[in-house]
Design a protein around this ligand. Structure first.
Ligand SMILES: NC(=O)c1ccc[n+]([C@@H]2O[C@H](COP(=O)([O-])OP(=O)(O)OC[C@H]3O[C@@H](n4cnc5c(N)ncnc54)[C@H](OP(=O)(O)O)[C@@H]3O)[C@@H](O)[C@H]2O)c1
Length: 223
């Protein structure tokens, strides 16, 4: 690491839960001041309202909190259905959450040091009913490449997680353990990812001053 988070202001979009909450907590532990953005409005002093489906909330948040050193965007609104069942508005929302939202963040916010985006393994592993998510994740990687050129010297990178037991998969209920076991079996390291696997990578990318335009795959060497 060539930089430090001590005294830096980090905005974590999607920081109220799951991976985002773990990144927010870790950044605070590293000495950063953290603002959490959620699409659910809150009066908490360390919270700001950002809904990637509404550009006005992004502009208002930028106005309210001013310049930030780093932005991490974890927003996602997946539309995991077979192509014959896609709904236009949901496709647009999926792209707004992963791709267009971060572009609007780059438009409205003064970012001093780095922007970290979240892609995902499905971008590189096509499968049934994951076309929209795969395209969105792939576009995130290209967004990191192109924004790194446009925003330089501000650094822009992306993390592409494999299957991480972030809490988001709890929604699968009884099917969760089987799902995670199957995902673990498709990795070279034989396990699913942990919050720490991702927070380690995020802290490194936020402080690795010689790294920009990259997508880092944290997926256990998925076969
Ligand atoms: N966990 C995995 O296995 C895995 C695998 C591959 C990629 N990823 C990627 O890693 C990121 C984090 O995933 P996760 O596991 O923590 O859970 P997740 O459920 O995918 O997190 C999505 C985040 O999006 C935010 N969000 C939802 N609607 C939004 C909107 N309209 N505007 C702005 N933000 C919105 C949510 O925060 P609020 O509801 O508070 O706004 C939430 O924190 C995602 O981009 C996901 O695709 C995760």
């Amino acid at each position: 690491m060539t930089e430090t988070l001590t005294g830096q202001h980090v905005l974590v979009i999607g920081g109220a839960r799951f991976l985002g909450a773990a990144i927010a907590e870790r950044a605070r532990a590293e000495g950063a001041t953290v603002t959490i953005a959620s699409h659910t409005p809150s009066d908490a002093p360390d919270r700001v309202h950002i809904d990637f489906l509404d550009e006005r909330t992004i502009a208002a948040a930028a106005q309210r909190i001013g310049a930030v050193d780093h932005v991490v965007s974890l927003a996602s609104l997946p539309h995991d259905v077979p192509i014959g069942l896609i709904e236009r508005d949901s496709v647009v929302a999926a792209l707004e959450a992963k791709v267009i939202g971060p572009l609007l963040v780059a438009k409205h916010f003064e970012i001093r040091r780095s922007l970290l985006l979240f892609s995902g393994v499905v971008g590189w592993r096509p499968g049934p009913a994951s076309t929209i998510k795969g395209i969105a994740n792939g576009a995130v990687s290209f967004a990191a490449t192109h924004l790194a050129a446009e925003l330089a010297p501000v650094r822009v990178n992306a993390i592409s997680p494999g299957i991480i037991d972030s809490g988001a998969w709890d929604a699968k209920g009884d099917a969760k353990s089987g799902f995670l076991a199957g995902a673990a079996g498709r990795t070279r390291v034989g396990r699913t990812g942990t919050l720490e696997d991702i927070t380690d990578a995020a802290m490194w990318l936020l402080t690795a001053g010689y790294v920009t335009g990259e997508t880092i795959h944290i997926e256990g060497g998925r076969a």
